[in-house]
Design a protein around this ligand. Sequence first.
Ligand code: ZN
Length: 415
Amino acid sequence: MDFGPTGEYPCLIRPRQTFTGGIRPFSPHPSSLSSTFPDSSSQRAVDQTIKIRFSNRDAKAFVKDVRSRVTDYFEQTGKSRKATPGMVLKTFLILGVTFGTYALIMLGSLTLGQMWLATFVIGLGMAGIGFSVAHDALHGAYSSNKAVNALLGFTFDIMGANGYMWKITHNVIHHTYTNIHDVDEDLTVSPLLRLSPGARHYWFHRFQHRYGFLAYGLATVNWLFAKDFQQFLKKDIGPYVNKKHPLPQIALLVVSKALAITWMIVLPLVYLDITWWQFLIGFLTAHMTAGIILGVIFQLAHVVEGPEFPLPDDKGTMEYAWLVHEMRTTANFAFANKPLSWYIGGLNYQIEHHLFPQTCSVHYPAIAPIVQEVAAEYGIPYHYNPTLREAIASHYRMLKKLGPEAATMKDLAVA
Ligand SMILES: [Zn+2]
């Protein structure tokens, strides 16, 4: 039985319910290192990670049932797990609206006010491309054709974020070590924010519930200019020790950043009859819009009341089997809000996404009741906030609870 992220990461997780990778302080000895890499076989010989294990306990039956019942659903309906025509239509629509709006600005026929409104639309479009096109494509969930996934995944790079690094930090690290402090990179997005009880505390975190949502607005600007470069320069990323990156990926990083900076900054400054500060307002409007939406939606999956922040014991063993761990650390929200589900690419169904990351997001609403049913049978938690508003309120309370230095898991328990 495969306990990996749906068995869809072939080399990171092994059937023995153990996999390499882990938390540095728990295994300081080089003898415990082993070689793995999630997406490139050429890297397997050089990358090193430290061991961490997910305990098996009684989870085998749950894992078997949830996987077989979801497989039954696809077999009985005859549906492919990949994109539907509706998903393809959405892709064209979101890309068309985003770049159509950009073209409208660049044609120079809009007034300043209209241009400013258009930058909001571009911000909405950038987040939409991230949610509904790139996220599925980079997971290999969009199509069974790798070239299609690679092409659509490149929209991520065009938005200024590096797809190769995302596959490491999100597909592998975040999806495997979800909510494990010091490994899950999503918990350490910025020192401005303390997103888990294990995170380092600064005095200003006591105000983070007031500025946190605004801080998310800086996410895509930070991504464009700093985050990817910092990640490429880091020796250790999450569980990876002494990480090396292929030269072509370094070259692609430089080229794609130049491409993003050209369409976002150079072309508008050169061709539009606007001042630098007018440009800056438009640029920041688009990025703040995209950043806040992306930041908040992703936080609603793991940093809300309910999901846990488990740590391994001193031998590097987690309490629960990997798939149960995902159930305990992830939350869903707002199933009834269809327009929201559509726009955020099914990321309100994060539990199903974490269980089946290579299944296209359009199928999550159909498989959610199956997952819920099996979870209930085995007494495994299924965290859920019924509305977007409730999920945001829960995240706000989490930011507030994590503000004081001594916040522990007990303090984070639902009031
Ligand atoms: Zn994902």
